[in-house]
Every structure is written in structure tokens, then in C-alpha cells.
Design a protein. Structure first.
Length: 303
């Protein structure tokens, strides 16, 4: 707890006080933070995080992590607002400049790295609905924009049904739209990132076909209403083309087995409040199987 208090003091008091004096942090203050009378920030991270790991009460860990999260995020956003706009665009460039602004970047990187470290190690204790920092949104937007360009320019992706294309890229486009700031919470960002990686995998792998894409989307539990409806219509179209009740029954059973074993581990749900894709398809297939089985029994009884 002492480490947490020291971290909160640096973030809430000492660093803002120094920032008010100058838009660029001086080397002396950086040295004080890194090598001064307090432990190095790396050691602070290590001790703070190890103390959380040994905590016995889940709620204690949750409070500590959220406290740290809510302290770091506002400061990250303040740093971004105080930087000149051209500097914001160059935050990810590592080359130091002549004006010493790299020191400002350095502090930002320290806080940003600590925040990412908390995210990586204590994700389930963080507040999923809390808006992510401005610079994190900026970096994420760059990644999503590049992904959209790569995916949409791919002949493999353009060969898909136009409706399906719009459905699967919808969350990515929303995350970089004007309303994306309100949409992009931690939970949504985690999902959108996984969706982007699955789409990149689909367009870059030469042996992927449309069913491989379905498999990829099922892995991340892509349970948007539009996608569930689209997939059911595809199943219905294939199923309707089978005239024999026996063949239709076998087809439905095999399809249900595939769906049942598709998610080998829990996915990241696109809409947590909705029924998962696996459950929605399983429910639909269950009733289709029941109806087809009854028709098959009646057919057999009439012979």
C-alpha cells in the first residue's frame, strides 16, 4: 500500500506541479523520479505488482488496481492536451529532437508502459467501461485504419458477400469514427483488436476460405445480431436445398457437432448482454433437427 500511495503522490501532486512550471520536463526532475530518494520506478512497479499478487482479498486487489488506473489515465490525457499538435503526431517516433521535448515523451512513455503493464497482468480487475487514454486511442486508431486498408483492398475479402463484408468490418469502422471515443472502452477495444487480427489472418493466409472466416469469427464469439441472422440465413439456404429428410437430418446433426466443438475456449464476446453465437446457432439447429426428425419419423411410418 505504501508503494501505491507513492505512485498516487507522483501522479496526482508532484508530476502535475512540475508540468505547470514548464511544458517540457527538465532533466533534474526526470532524475529525481528515476534515481532519487524514492525507489526506481521499475522497482516501484515490481514491488507494487508483486504485493498485489500476494493479496488475499480479491476486492483489495480490485480497489488498488482501479485506483492506479484512475490516477494514470487523466494524467496521460493531460499530457496529450498540453503537447503541440505536431508533437502528438510524432509521439511514436523515438528519435530525440533538439528542443528536449523527448523528455516529455519519456514521462508519457513511463506512465503509458505502467498502464499497459497493469492491463496485461490485472486486466480482470480494471474497469472495462473506463475510456482509454487519448494516446492509446491514437495508436489504436492507426492500427485499425491500417487493418481496414489491408482487409478491404484484399481480393479474398472483396470476394465475400457485400452484406457480410459490412457486418464484419462494422465494429472496426465504428472504433475509428467520430463516435468512436464514446464506443472505445477497454472491453470493446480488446474485442475489436482480436477481430482485426482475425480479419488480417483471413486475408493473409492463402488457404483460407469463407468457412475459415466463419470459424475465426466464432472463435471470438462474434455475436452481433446482424451476423447471427446472416449465418442462419446461410444455413437455411443450404438446408433447404436438401430434399431428402434423411440427408437433411444428417446434415443438421453434423453442423450442430461442428458448432458445439468450434469454441475450444471462451471467446471475447462482441455484445456481452446478448446470447453467444454458439448458443444462438445451437438453439436454432436444435429446433431444425427436432422438426426434421419428426418429418423423417412420419415418412418412415407411412411406408
Amino acid at each position: 500500500m505504501q508503494m501505491l500511495n507513492h505512485l498516487a503522490f507522483l501522479i496526482n501532486e508532484e508530476i502535475p506541479k512540475q508540468l505547470r512550471k514548464s511544458p517540457v520536463l527538465n532533466p533534474r526532475f526526470i532524475s529525481q523520479v528515476m534515481f532519487g530518494r524514492f525507489p526506481k520506478l521499475e522497482s516501484l512497479e515490481r514491488e507494487f505488482l508483486s504485493s498485489l499478487r500476494t493479496a488475499t482479498k480479491e476486492e483489495t486487489i480490485r480497489i488498488a488496481v482501479k485506483s492506479c488506473q484512475y490516477s494514470i489515465v487523466p494524467l496521460l490525457d493531460k499530457l496529450m492536451r498540453w503537447l503541440p499538435e505536431d508533437e502528438v503526431c510524432r509521439m511514436d517516433i523515438l528519435d530525440p529532437d533538439d528542443d528536449g521535448k523527448s523528455l516529455f515523451k519519456f514521462l508519457h512513455k513511463l506512465l503509458y508502459d505502467l498502464h499497459l503493464y497493469l492491463e496485461k497482468n490485472f486486466y480482470r480487475y480494471m474497469d472495462d467501461d473506463y475510456k482509454i487514454p487519448a494516446y492509446s486511442r491514437y495508436l489504436f486508431r492507426e492500427f485499425i485504419m491500417q487493418t481496414l486498408v489491408t482487409v478491404k483492398s484484399s481480393p479474398r475479402f472483396r470476394s465475400l458477400n457485400g452484406h457480410l463484408q459490412r457486418i464484419v468490418t462494422g465494429p472496426l469502422e465504428l472504433s475509428v469514427s467520430t463516435s468512436g471515443d464514446n464506443y472505445l472502452t477497454y472491453c470493446n477495444r480488446d474485442y475489436v483488436e482480436k477481430l482485426a487480427n482475425q480479419l488480417l489472418g483471413f486475408v493473409k493466409k492463402g488457404n483460407d476460405n469463407v468457412w475459415r472466416l466463419y470459424n475465426r469469427l466464432q472463435y471470438i464469439d462474434f455475436n452481433s445480431i446482424d451476423y447471427v441472422r446472416y449465418l442462419m440465413s446461410q444455413f437455411r439456404e443450404e438446408c433447404t436445398a436438401i430434399t431428402s429428410n434423411k440427408e437433411k437430418y444428417i446434415w443438421l446433426i453434423e453442423r450442430r457437432k461442428k458448432i458445439a466443438h468450434k469454441l475450444v475456449e471462451d471467446g471475447t464476446s462482441f455484445q456481452p448482454s446478448q446470447k453467444s453465437l454458439k448458443a444462438a446457432l445451437g438453439e436454432w439447429l436444435k429446433w431444425e433437427i427436432y422438426y426434421t426428425k419428426r418429418m423423417l419419423e412420419l415418412e418412415m411410418a407411412s411406408k
